[in-house]
Design a protein around this ligand. Structure first.
Ligand code: FE2
Ligand code: FE2
Length: 111
């Protein structure tokens, strides 16, 4: 696997996710936050990949919950959009775990 090329694909997909989520928040009458979470960095490539994997795991946990919430509100279109994002996040998680030579973690679902 060419890790740099794979991460470049992920970065483009993450931007698309952010734009889709901003549109959903706007549709629901909210205001998208522009405050990013702190980014963990390291001089060690393996640690950076692990941080990225941890973020993807948390992201999947949260999206799984958001799908349930959207369906509870009968917002099936948003739920469908979130499912599409989840498919890509799951792919990111698997790619990162593969790059680290470990099994893909099971993210579970956020409370
Ligand atoms: Fe994303
Ligand atoms: Fe991702």
């Amino acid at each position: 696997m060419n890790i740099a090329d794979e991460l470049a694909v992920h970065a483009k997909e993450e931007l698309d996710h952010a734009l889709a989520i901003a549109n959903h928040v706007d549709y629901l009458g909210g205001m998208p936050s522009v405050k990013p979470k702190p980014v963990k960095t390291s001089e060690k490539a393996e640690e950076m990949l692990q941080f990225d994997l941890d973020n993807e795991t948390q992201t999947i946990r949260e999206y799984r919950r958001r799908v349930k919430q959207a369906e509870t509100l009968n917002e099936y279109s948003i739920a469908e959009s979130l499912r599409g994002i989840l498919v890509q996040e799951q792919d990111h998680l698997i790619a990162l775990a593969t790059a680290l030579g470990i099994d893909a973690p099971n993210p579970g679902i956020a409370d």
